[in-house]
Ligand binder design. Structure first.
Ligand code: EPU
Length: 336
């Protein structure tokens, strides 16, 4: 374990911003993690934990310590005739873990294929795609409380999971380091294929099973979402806003085709991508910043955009959407 000084952050996050960390440490084992947290960690007043770096926007150099937990390991902890309970350590690459489960025919994570990032980050914003959220399979989350170094287990119900949110992103933000996540998966899963894009893509496959669902979703994502290895981005930049029914009806009077998905706890979820496209911001480029031409919810860095330039561009979109539709677009990425 080595604490690097003034290190480029470009290789450690997906937005491809040229910026540095004053200190950066990568930790690969649990013992090393505990010993680091007991000693060095307390010497840094500014510090943050960085997983796969796929949902973060750096607006400048980070003047503190960045800790990258890269602890690997996947363990089957219980098996019944119908289910498996699997622990994945925080540093496992999310999609490699999804692949591991799909290869064994275990169902539950296949719709979450190709989401960038590490396992340790998946509960923080309750990652979701194609009608599935990770909260549906998480049994518990294993953490270390960063002040006491106590090991704490959060049962699913204690995680406060919500759309792109959890206690780890809200009330308990920064207080815990997630070391492992435990999932319960199904041996004979009920597949979720009702999402229109997925249904259409699955027509190309002979059989509908966890493997073809993963293949179909991978194909859709590769088509629509820019690959961060080629063009810097952090996936969805904004959340899909939930607005009141009267507000939705008001928008509908001027824009009869506005899509809307009624939510269980009242309100209507409107795709931010639709709002952005209809505000004429789809595929718009200003310098090295732009919205993706295939999915305008994704803001991309075409080369040397700075974090500040990206934020300025995002604020322009927010202002335009507010003026046109009276809707506040909330950023989904973590701005540092
Ligand atoms: N739309 C447009 N124009 C576009 C693209 C989409 O108007 O160019 C509208 C359409 O009405 C479309 C709707 O937006 O039906 C939904 O589009 P899509 O299915 O692509 O999903 P999304 O709501 O834009 C969310 C997640 C994605 C996830 C997809 C698929 C959020 C913030 N984003 O996007 O997650 O992959 O659903 O389920 O909820 C991520 O979080 O990084 C991410 C990519």
């Amino acid at each position: 374990m080595q604490i690097l000084e003034n290190t480029a952050l470009k290789p450690f996050h997906t937005f491809g911003i040229n910026c540095n960390a004053r200190f950066l440490v990568t930790i690969e084992s649990y013992t090393e993690l505990i010993s680091f947290l007991k000693t060095d960690w307390n010497n840094y007043p500014h510090r943050m934990i960085l997983g796969g770096g796929s949902n973060v926007l750096f607006t400048g150099d980070y003047e503190g310590l960045i800790l990258r937990p890269q602890i690997k390991g996947i363990e089957l902890i219980e098996e019944t005739s119908e289910t498996v309970t699997v622990r994945a350590m925080c540093g496992e690459v999310w999609d490699e873990f999804v692949n591991y489960t799909v290869e064994r025919g275990w169902g539950g994570l296949e719709n979450l294929s190709q989401i960038p990032g590490n396992v340790g980050a998946c509960p923080i914003q309750n990652i979701g795609a194609y009608g599935v959220e990770v909260k549906e399979t998480i049994q518990w989350v294993e953490c270390i409380e960063l002040t006491t170094l106590n090991q704490v287990k959060f049962w699913n119900e204690e995680c406060g999971f919500d759309y792109r949110n959890s206690v780890f992103k809200s009330s308990l933000k920064g207080k815990y380091l997630i070391t492992a996540v435990v999932f319960k998966l199904q041996k004979s899963p009920a597949l979720k294929t009702k999402y229109a894009d997925v249904e259409r893509e699955l027509e190309k496959y002979e059989k509908v099973d966890v493997k073809s669902v993963r293949a179909a979703i991978s194909a859709i994502r590769w088509r629509k979402l820019p690959d961060p290895l080629c063009i810097g981005n952090a996936g969805s930049f904004f959340k899909n806003p939930v607005i009141s029914v009267p507000h939705y009806k008001e928008i509908q009077e001027d824009y009869p085709t506005v899509p809307g998905y009624p939510q269980a706890d009242a309100g209507i979820k409107v795709p931010a991508a639709w709002l952005i496209e209809n505000a004429c911001y789809k595929g718009v480029r200003e310098g090295d910043v732009g919205t993706s031409p295939t999915q305008p919810l994704v803001i991309v860095n075409y080369g040397d955009a700075t974090g500040e330039e990206i934020i300025t561009f995002a604020r322009k979109i927010q202002k335009q959407i507010h003026e046109m539709f009276g809707v506040e677009l909330e950023m989904e990425v973590n701005v540092v």
